[in-house]
Design a protein around this ligand. Sequence first.
Ligand code: GLA
Length: 739
Amino acid sequence: MHKFLLCLLLAISLAARAQVNRIDLATAKFKTGDDVSWSTTSYNDKDWIKIKSNDNWDHQGFAGYDGFAWYRFHFRLNSSLKNASFWKDSLRIFLAKIDDADEIYLNGSLISKNGSFPSDKDGYITTWSRPREIHLSTNDPLLLWDKENLISVRVYDGGGLGGIFSAVPYINMMDLVDAVTMNVEFGKTREEGSAILIHNASGQLVRGTIKATIQTLLGSKMEVVDLLVAPVMIEPGMEQEFNMKNFPDSRIELSASFIEENTRKKIELKKVNPYILTPHPTSSPRINGAAVYGVRPGSPFLYKIAATGKKPLLYSAAGLPDGLTIENATGIIRGEIKTAGETKVLLSVKNDLGESKKELTIRCGSLIALTPPMGWNSWNCWGLSVSEEKLRSSAQALMDKGLADHGWNYMNIDDGWEDSVRGKNGEIVTNSKFPDMKGLGNWLHDRGLKFGIYSSPGTLTCGGYLGSYKHELQDATTYAGWGIDYLKYDWCSYGTVHQQEKDTSLASYMKPYMVMQKALRSQSRDIVYSLCQYGMRDVWKWGNLVDGNSWRTTGDIEDSWESLKGIGFAQNKMSPYAQPGRWNDPDMLIVGEVGWGPRLHPTRLTVDEQYTHISLWCLLSSPLLIGCDISRLDDFTLGLLTNDEMIEINQDPLGNQAKLVLTVGNTQVWAKELSDGSRALGLFNLGENYTGIAVPVKELKIKAPGFSLRDCWRQKELGYFTNYRAMVPPHGVVVLRMK
Ligand code: GLA
């Protein structure tokens, strides 16, 4: 047969097979507005525009549109789709993610609802990051086999981007292959290798073929360094393991596919090994942590020198101001400074291998949180299920796993600690999960750690617990009595008060924060004040006026690339407002085991996305609040959180926030000026493939003939250059320190 004809026939047969397996809903008819008749099959949408269904409408000519809009997907449902499947009993409708809330109709009947609309009983609730997947019996009378069908989607966007996004929606059959899962485990050493595990959850013998490759970047090209093709045969409920090579010191991409024999349907997996860039701390002493510390005159002083090195370490501090003393065995400095002023103290940490010295500037004045607060907060892991026991276990792990030696020191309880009624004098009381707040505060302080808490200016918090409305002074006094060092103050349910007052002036947004600020400042201890009102009325422009030490600039973060990217890379306009004691807060960290409730899962961010997350937050001078169960921290996450050169960028005393210097295609370069005259650069690749990113010499206005570069994650000098280009992995980053 002619070669061309053969290719054509092959292409046609592949296309036919693809068509049989799945119906892609890549485009839809689209219209903004709202009319329930748009769900019906009789409605004629011929005048509607065509829109791609894998990207928000904001990127397709409807930038900034918030409110209702409809999508209509017309498709023919051939019974060949059903016949080509193994079980033939259940159909899947996958509609990717929908920003924010929606109703999904099939041939005019409602089949699914996600989140809720402002007019609904519960008011507006977004479910923007949740994938929409509906399963229907193939006998469902709503399905019109071998006929035209219609899926209409009523979407409400409450703000930001809107509409269907993240992947091409499709329809296919639930099949034998859906009962098969494939996972990979990367060993810690070369010898341990990597293992691909295929599990068969069906009651059926599963056969097929696995194909897998391991690739790594060599020079500027991805090269295959291991290959596997093998038959698969798994009994019901069993697992089969396939071994491949492992390169724990390099970044490797493992791609695997399994094709099920009966249906030729495929499952795929792509994973990067958790490669650790942070070098192990040396055994000789090294002093880490902030080089400047702020305290108010007369407030209790508590600062633990953060240092790594073989234990036992002997700590000392020369030139401490009057009123302060150091505990030599722990490095905890305590006491009280009576008068305002600045003191330079020489810290020293020794062991039998050597000594490390570092200057600490103690600034006694009105400003605190002179570098971004670093610590832990319970929300992203435990949500409302936080308890004293859970906090203590993370605090203990913060010390045992050495995080405290790198400067992590706040232990903050988020929502969920409050009782449902106040005490007889109107005082706030804890629920049974926190039996002894003062005892807990003492326990933390004895170890040189700080203690944080959460409340809201409304009657209720976001989690529905008691807020501080009309009890602000009383609550602040209670907190101070417990030894609280940090208050995160939300907005929830204050919205109702705000509406009732019918005042929309800027002052009306500042008011609740002013009230609590006065209450906090009347206490005899320093309480870091963290505002959490999601950036309303450009809080970064006035957060300092209510004496906020930090302010959330966005809504809540989640452990997805969309969330990380949407929040992290939108912080440029706030940059000029960051300064010592005043920090933009793009929300807490989402690495490690997170969950927002009693059940935790490993973060859904990829390895490279996690490097991006920590790098960006360090460059942005963001507060760093770990949001995972520290007692379950793995080596990779520990490496992410204990890189002293990255932490140094975050804690730089100048307090600048990185600015976006250059965007080219899917790449962005951010630069942060540091106190020693050097600059930290983040070369970010937001795209899907390895990309070369150059140091933007022109945009950085470099006057010298060349510059020296240091790789911050690897903590290695790279050399002296007149230009430099790094290969950056997909969704990943290279952080450089440039002199
Ligand atoms: C809001 C905040 C979260 C968390 C919860 C607690 O959603 O943004 O960070 O504090 O409230 O209910």
